[in-house]
Design a binder for this molecule. Structure first.
Ligand code: PLP
Length: 490
């Protein structure tokens, strides 16, 4: 019932665009795993809040108090959304999950300098792999394939054997809660139990799961509780909001501050300073992204009211439909995980014999369908999935064109009609492959461009026109055109 009503709550869900044949089409957004569309009511709530906006480092005046209350509410709201009210704190940092993951990798390697080893699964996004490689003395990658080379995710028996073998040096296990390539959901609570049994922490990359499935960081059995969980606001319908790190307070308390500056100190003299004893202050040097934090918490509040279990259920049904649909189209190959359960709605595929970039372009240019292509910042995993196909390519110059996939991913606004549109598009492409291929040429840099059609982005969003329009109530025509004159003189 609820899903259809939601579409119009998301900014950009009703976009139309002109395709390569000059037809106006409704844009279909299937790139939610990269960034979700913005939830308009949260933007509205944030606009309402902005009337009272002030810096939370001010404390006495009305707006400062309202801002401080909004941030305190948002902090609690984020924690309760992830079942982390008791003994957990949240830190808002950077633009997405990458920043807090770096913060943790550096902080934990400093905190436990005697523990040199980190276990990282082979299906990680680079943001949950490279920071550990950069800061830990040793990273061991956890296998994700079975004996036949088929994708299986993290095998708990193998993982436990690894932990046992490296017990003395093991600092933490870093694993994604859901893969951005295969959609596979990782058994994070089982992994937490294994990690804790061997004296290690668990760092969970929640970037792909936060908006799509329920998470309960504090478990009844504390051995199964998650130590650190990281996610991105822009993947939870709140672009413009920060990345978030949620961690056990007693562990976060032990980390040295990441940044130094205003707000994180209790006392500064000419010769010395003392870092604040309050975790929230210690972790937030400088001014917070207050509107972003508020908008994020507002969005999570909405998701909670809808219910994360029903969101997960609904998205599972759509994902099942998507996978089954893809499997019925001749020449389409779905990668790594074709199961319908224990997964989120990120599905990676290719059409045999068609470079991934070309397929994504055709979907955009002819069908107004937005998907992601390439390696999704998970090169080791994607290349592993493609290895057999790549071996079969005889002409080595063609290899780079096939080192990637196309990914369709869903969000709260996705409905069956969107997936049927993808089905229609893929069927047309498979049936008329030679025609579509002939419309493109390959550049020297190995990118495809349409021979006649050019995406006229200015036709949709022109920065100059937008500013002129927005400024017109406040600036005279002369002042607005002064800008144009300066541009001309430059
Ligand atoms: C699983 C996963 N982890 C981490 C990231 C990095 O997130 P961000 O770009 O928001 O820092 C992404 C982004 O796609 C992701 O999918």
């Amino acid at each position: 019932m609820w899903c259809n009503d939601f579409k119009k709550a998301f900014i950009g869900s009703e976009l139309t665009c002109i395709n390569a044949e000059g037809k106006t089409l409704s844009r279909i957004y299937l790139d939610s795993a990269a960034s979700t569309l913005a939830f308009a009511p949260a933007q509205q709530a944030t606009q309402a809040f902005l009337k009272y906006y002030a810096n939370t480092h001010s404390s006495v005046h009305l707006s400062a108090k309202i801002s401080s209350e909004a941030v305190a509410w948002a902090h609690q709201r984020v924690l309760s959304f992830f079942g982390a009210t008791q003994g957990y704190s949240a830190v808002f940092q950077g633009n997405g999950a990458t920043s807090p993951l770096n913060r943790l990798a550096r902080g934990l390697s400093e905190l436990r300098a005697d523990k040199s080893t980190v276990l990282v699964s082979l299906m990680e996004h680079h943001s949950n792999d490279l920071p550990h490689r950069a800061h830990a003395k040793k990273v061991i990658h956890i296998n994700i394939q079975d004996a036949t080379g088929e994708f299986q995710g993290v095998d708990l028996i193998e993982l436990e054997a690894l932990c046992k073998a490296h017990q003395q040096q093991l600092n933490y296990i870093a694993v994604t809660a859901a893969s951005n390539v295969s959609g596979h959901i990782t058994p994070i609570y089982d992994i937490a139990e294994i990690a804790h049994k061997y004296g290690a922490y668990i760092v969970v990359d929640g970037a792909q799961i936060a908006a799509h499935a329920p998470i309960q960081l504090a478990q009844d059995n504390p051995q199964r509780s998650i130590d650190f969980f990281v996610f991105s606001g822009h993947k939870t319908y709140a672009p413009g909001s920060p990345g978030v790190l949620i961690g056990k307070t007693q562990l976060l308390d032990q980390l040295k501050p990441e940044f130094y500056g205003g707000g994180m100190v209790s006392e500064v003299s000419k010769f010395d300073y003392s870092v604040s004893g309050l975790l929230f202050d210690k972790e937030h040097a400088g001014t917070l992204n207050i509107p972003g934090i508020f908008m994020l918490a507002t969005t999570l509040d909405f998701l909670d009211r809808v219910g994360m279990y029903s969101i997960y259920e609904k998205e599972c049904m759509l994902t099942q439909y998507l996978i089954e649909m893809l499997q019925t189209i001749e020449g389409v190959k779905v990668y790594a995980n074709t199961s319908n359960t224990q997964r989120i709605g990120a599905v990676s595929f290719n059409i045999q014999g068609l470079p991934h970039e070309l397929l994504a372009l055709i979907l955009n240019d002819y069908f107004a369908i937005a998907v992601r292509n390439d390696c999704f910042c998970a090169h080791p995993f994607v290349r592993e999935c493609l290895v057999d196909e790549l071996w079969e390519i005889e002409d080595e110059t063609q290899l780079p064109l096939y080192q990637g996939m196309v990914r369709a991913s869903i969000g709260l606004y996705t409905n069956k009609a969107d997936l049927q549109a993808l089905e229609h598009a893929l069927t047309c492409i498979v049936n008329n492959k030679a025609y579509y291929v002939s419309q493109y040429k390959l550049t020297d840099e190995l990118h495809f461009v349409h021979k006649t059609f050019k995406l006229e982005t200015q036709q949709y969003f022109n920065i100059e026109d937008t500013l002129t329009n927005c400024f017109s109530d406040y600036l005279s025509k002369e002042k607005i055109s002064m800008y144009e004159q300066r541009e001309e003189m430059a």
